[in-house]
Design a protein around this ligand. Structure first.
Ligand code: PLP
Length: 384
């Protein structure tokens, strides 16, 4: 079919509002024009409001991985010890980044699908001093949402800087950077914020910035050296490297939409939609991978039913019903699939996705009563 219409329900990038797309279709303006400088300023202010932080904020051209790297590269000096708390594919990246920048890694690992145990984090922090501690908010490989507020309480009792990756959380679920004592928090533009991929957003607390300024060795990354970027973030008329003009304008528009909805209302919408997807999927007899009570509201990770190839389910959903969901990641490949429901996601999207899932399963011989999942979801979606 030559039609371009399809429904993107992967855990990022997500569907982008036409309002945001229209901004990107405009002619490129100068990065030092009044129009752009004003947009950059507004995007920084809206970023501060998104993270609920009075700290320094940075917007860099590059994906979420650049944000992770900037966090580590600026905080970690050769020989510094970092506690990497991991329970999924993305959490495991931090250890590589710390090593790449000369740090010493201690890993505290939890089973994939299990949440981070705050008591064990505290025990490890008591054992020896750490320069920093890293944790994922939502690990997109498993669909787990870690209790980052509680980990923050533990981190506060120690000197370790608290670094949180909320690439798949912020905009969908509460993240309160200052209240929860998060020293460095980072995300990407392409998930629950509802902008296209290509920008990373970071915050640095006063404590974190003091550490950056007090470094004895240079940051081992020229582009991600945030001391070079701070003057730009304080006054976007200054230049260090050319920002992505269309993406920045798109981000500002997406953040305006976030604030027009309101953070609380947005979190509630994601909560209702997530519950609709979870109940819908479970009504088909599928099991959800992450532990109950710790499931993210930004994506759902069902296990493929016995005897049904998840690749086939996704292929049918994509080719016949034009709904795109993602496969399992890392060691969960082939065993789970991932349905993203964040950002601009609507009740319609949920109904269409669950219907496509039902029909695909039916066609593959899995016993499904037509309308089961959609019916379950509707009971939740009317709460919107
Ligand atoms: C939780 C999490 N962290 C980091 C990343 C890396 O972001 P990017 O792919 O934008 O570099 C992702 C990407 O999906 C993610 O889900």
């Amino acid at each position: 079919m030559g039609d371009e219409r399809e429904l993107l329900m992967i855990p990022g990038p997500t569907m982008v509002s036409p309002r945001v797309l229209r901004v990107m279709a405009k002619p490129v303006v100068s990065h030092v024009s009044g129009e752009f400088v004003e947009a950059f300023r507004e995007a920084l202010e809206l970023t501060r409001r998104l993270f609920l932080s009075e700290g320094r904020v940075f917007i860099l051209s590059g994906s979420g991985t650049l944000g992770m790297e900037a966090a580590i590269a600026n905080v970690v000096e050769p020989g510094d010890r970092v506690l990497c708390v991991e329970n999924g594919f993305f959490g495991e990246k931090f250890k590589d980044l710390v090593r790449a920048h000369g740090g010493e890694v201690d890993r505290l690992t939890f089973e994939w699908g299990e949440p981070v145990d705050v008591g064990l984090v505290r025990e490890r922090l008591e054992e020896k001093p750490y320069k920093a501690l890293t944790v994922e908010h939502v690990d997109t490989s498993t669909g787990i949402a870690n209790p980052i507020d509680k980990v923050g309480e533990a981190a506060r009792d120690f000197d370790a800087l608290y670094i949180v990756d909320t690439v798949c959380g912020i905009g969908a679920m509460p993240v309160k950077v200052d209240e929860w004592g998060i020293d460095v928090c980072l995300t990407g533009s392409q998930k629950a914020i509802g902008a296209p991929p290509g920008l990373t957003l970071l915050t640095f607390s006063d404590d974190a910035w003091r550490v950056v300024e007090g470094r004895e060795t240079p940051v081992t990354d020229y582009y991600a050296d945030l001391r070079r970027w701070l003057p730009v973030m304080e006054n976007p008329q200054r230049y260090f490297a050319t920002p992505s003009v269309p993406l920045l304008l798109a981000l500002r528009e997406a953040l305006r939409i976030v604030m027009e909805e309101g953070l609380e209302e947005r979190w509630r919408r994601h909560e209702v939609i997530a519950e609709a997807v979870r109940r819908g999927v479970q009504s088909l007899g599928l099991t959800l991978f992450p532990r109950e009570g710790y499931r993210a509201n930004s994506l759902t990770v069902p296990e493929a039913p016995e005897g049904v190839a998840e690749q086939e389910v996704r292929r049918l959903m994509r080719e016949k019903y034009r709904v795109i969901v993602a496969g399992g990641l890392g060691r969960l490949a082939g065993r789970t699939f991932r349905i993203g429901h964040m950002g601009t996601v609507t009740a319609n999207d949920v109904v269409a996705t669950l219907a496509a899932l039902e029909m695909s399963l039916m066609e593959l011989g899995y016993p499904v009563e037509a309308g089961t999942a959609v019916g379950e979801a509707e009971k939740q979606l009317t709460r919107l």
